[in-house]
Write a protein that binds this ligand. Structure first.
Ligand code: NAI
Length: 444
């Protein structure tokens, strides 16, 4: 089939590349010429394991192209995915300007039947806006009767495992009120459904809602555990043991029960905010979800609180090592990363930072800009030298079993504040560290 992906970010690029892998002919469009230049020169603008190989293979096979040429891209696809950003507006609602602009650019150029697929995470009712924007543009061209379908197909991939998630989805949600479009979506996704039919077809509004509900549920689990962790510290319980204790109940399950330094990323924070705002606008304030967001804002500062507790509020002359900057492992995405809040809060109190991340150093440098108080170092051990404490912020594999003797030797004092509960408190105590995890009251 002929497919166009409008927006070549994490979602659009992975969608385009994985659909090309199944034999489709895909054109990926972006308004950012720099991104398209990198891709056309054989590079990948983001860090995503396995994506490089899929892109290369399909470009070489002539099935995957990248362009800024809107005419070419719109003409090419019978199925057009809109995978552009939906960042939070000032009031927290999803800013749909890029989605609507993409829809308009389709309406301004299409000359035959298209299935327009909303893949971006968008509030309930967006498909109607997309349909209206396309119609308006067609009418301007005197083509008001031209046929097209608008479908919702929210994406559930996880950054860091995006290719695998796309290739082996848990479910494929298709919101469609239109038989022909449903058939085309079934055909497009058939190769991803071979062992088991994972496609759930539903009405458009329910599909749009499903994506927000999923992210809201996941964020809720995290904030819930983070709150319990705060309590566990006070009452002398270990949240890690509690996690195992409750996770073993199949009604609860083990996933997404880790207490930590708060959730970040391009999805949970903005999607939770957008759902809270949309609900408030309809007169149904979401009390649980409002608290989820508030708890997360507090949680992003939990490591800072531990620093202040240990070193005092004035951190002038102190230096802290930070391991992990990306909002989670296996990505270079820094959007809403807790590390940024921690860096801001510590430096505001006079501290300097030496930080290391296995892949997101260039992205961090871009986001932070030139700073005298933050050194981005090339190796994990280089961050430790002369630091007052080590703060572990992202749970990259390479931080899991470090050389503890070397850490102790390099730090000015053996203080480890572990925002991801990577280490065993008992072992750390034996090794002579002052160790604080999240919610590990027993040995704190
Ligand atoms: P991104 O910011 O990485 O990429 C969006 C791209 O769209 C940018 O490259 C931008 O230049 C481009 N763009 C904007 N307007 C355009 C237009 N009119 N025509 C062509 N290109 C245009 O965003 P990301 O992370 O891929 O997210 C896209 C959507 O998917 C968002 O709604 C997000 O919530 C959702 N999503 C993201 C996931 C993730 O893990 N990043 C997972 C699931 C959904």
């Amino acid at each position: 089939m002929k497919v166009t992906a409008i927006g070549t970010g994490y979602v659009g690029l992975v969608t385009g590349a994985c659909l090309a892998e199944m034999g489709n002919h895909v054109v990926c469009l972006d308004v950012n010429p720099e991104k398209i230049r990198i891709l056309n020169e054989g590079g990948i603008p983001i860090h995503e394991p396995g994506l490089d190989a899929v892109v290369r293979r399909n470009v070489a096979a002539g099935r995957l192209q990248f362009t800024t040429d809107v005419d070419k891209a719109v003409q090419h696809g019978t199925i057009l995915f809109i995978g552009v950003g939906t960042p939070p507006d000032e009031d927290g609602s999803a800013d749909l300007q890029y989605v609507v602009a993409a829809a308009r650019s389709i309406g301004q150029r299409m000359t035959d039947y298209k299935v327009i697929v909303d893949k971006s995470t968008v509030p309930v009712g967006t498909a109607d806006k997309v349909r209206a924007a396309v119609k308006e543009e067609l009418e301007k061209r005197g083509l008001g009767g031209m046929d097209y379908s608008v479908v919702s197909n929210p994406e559930f991939l996880k950054e860091g495992a995006a290719v695998e998630d796309f290739m082996k989805p848990d479910r494929i949600i298709v919101g469609s009120d239109d038989e022909q479009a449903t058939l085309m979506m079934r055909a497009l996704y058939a190769p991803f459904n071979r062992t088991q039919d994972r496609m759930l077809v539903m009405d458009v509004r329910s599909a749009e809602f499903t994506k927000y509900a999923a992210n809201a549920m996941l964020a809720t689990r995290i904030s819930f555990m983070n709150e319990l962790a705060l309590l566990a510290e006070r009452v002398g319980a270990d949240i890690e043991l509690v996690r195992r204790g409750i996770g073993s109940d199949p009604r609860i399950g083990y996933q997404f029960l880790y207490a930590g330094a708060g959730y970040g990323g391009s999805c949970f924070p903005k999607d939770v905010k957008a759902l809270v705002k949309a609900a408030a606008d309809t007169g149904i304030p979401l009390k649980v979800l409002t608290a989820v967001e508030e708890a997360n804002e507090r949680q992003k500062r939990v490591l800072v609180d531990k620093v202040v507790e240990r070193f005092g509020a004035d951190l002038t002359g102190r230096r802290f090592a930070i391991w992990g900057l990306a909002f989670k492992p296996n990505t270079d995405d820094m959007r809403e990363a807790p590390s940024l809040v921690i860096i801001d809060e510590l430096t505001r109190r006079g501290a300097t930072i030496a930080a290391y991340d296995p892949v997101s150093m260039p992205e961090t440098a871009r986001v932070l800009g030139p700073r005298d108080d933050v050194a981005l170092v090339e190796r994990a051990d280089a961050a430790l030298q002369g630091a007052d404490a080590l703060l572990v912020v992202t749970e990259w594999k390479e931080f899991r079993t470090p050389d503890f003797d070397a850490i102790k030797a390099a730090l000015k004092q053996p203080v480890v504040l572990d925002g991801r509960n990577l280490y065993d408190p008992a072992l750390m105590k034996t090794l002579g560290f002052e160790y604080r995890g999240i919610g590990r009251g027993l040995l704190a």
